[in-house]
Design a protein around this ligand. Sequence first.
Ligand SMILES: [Zn+2]
Length: 465
Amino acid sequence: MPAPTSRTSHDTDATGDGPGAGAAAAPVGSAAEPAGSAGPVSRPGPIGSSGHFGLTGPGPTGRAVPNPARQASIRNANLALLYRLILDAPAPISRASLAAATGVTRATASTLADTLLEAGLITEVSPPPATGAGRPAAGLVPAAGGPAGLGLEINVDYLAACVVDLTGAVRSTVIRHGDQRDRAVSDVLADLAVLGADATAEAGLGIAGAAVAVPGLVENPHGRIRRAPNLAWQDFEIGAELRRVLPDTPFEPVIGNEADFAALAEAHAGPDTYVDSEARAVLGTQTADGAPGTASVEQPIPLTDFLYVSGEIGVGAGVILGRELFRGARGWAGEIGHITVEPDGALCRCGARGCLETVAGLEALHRDGPEAAAPGLGRAAAAAVNLLDLPAVVLGGVYARPEFAALVPGVRKALAEHVISARWAPVTVHVSRRGTAAAVTGAATAVVRRVHADPAAWMSAALTA
Ligand SMILES: [Zn+2]
């Protein structure tokens, strides 16, 4: 039996251009039921009163043939719902169980499952040995060999690529260190494409699409970067160049903010990746004196609501609410690096003074040490926590490095002092499990989640690719 590890659990597309939240979870009305006639429906799952989702033509009552477009959308929604059940199941799930969980006939559940099998999105595993009467059924699981997500990251001092498969497992990660400032954008993208090809070859999987993490404000997911101050990029359109240098994939490449992707990776990390040996040393309990605790305090994962703060040359943040990324009205939420922590402080690259970046960015950390950076970082995090009522803060990027472990008690102390509700409900501080690879892993995860959320859209894109 395959180990059901590191399976992701979610239902929306984080890249912002896929189907909306809940697409996979909302039951869909039957094509055979006129609008407004349905009473309360007690049955969970996809609703097709005929049990055939309108695919078999006029029903026995002689009603008009349903609209084909509506039939297709009902079928697609039911495919997504069935796929969601398979993804979320803690163990291989049988066709009969899928039928029972959704309320459709076993034949219909089987047909939908076959569609997912043929598309390579799930696979069938042998049943466990029989323990009682009856023949045990084969179980369905997400296909580890199915279409994977390619994550790519451009950061100030490194480039990275990562492949995540449909089970949520990281299959390859390639990081190349080197200063990217003052390089031509086309040169950076060409190097990124080479790294992506390396990671893809290592993983040995077909790629559904790529998502690119950048340290800046992304105007739209298809390619416009409004501003990446630490790369000195301003109003840059990279979508066309990306499509030129990357191989063709069913989904077009998208771009997003690195801290947002990193936060997403944290929200959907599997249990097997929760605490690495480095993070384990600094992950702490909430003790009265603010001292770090011991390795025995690994928190249950995944966290569902938290502020993720990513330290690099710049400082970014992602806000996760209910395991979903809070993007803000234009997708620009999370610019914690430019919260003012010292009104008369040093000039920031953004043009303002005393931004968090000037006291807790990587250069300041190297110059003044983590003890000096922690109070400002904690105050900025406290402002976000007070505003949004977040129970946890995750420190990522370079903040997860053991050399900066002294940040944790200082941040914890500042949160205790500045969060109004902290005396009743202390804010927990965690160190990222993924460190520097968080953003690129999250980018790859975002592609996989897009396949998960709408398998029919992926099939259609794969047909025309
Ligand atoms: Zn600034």
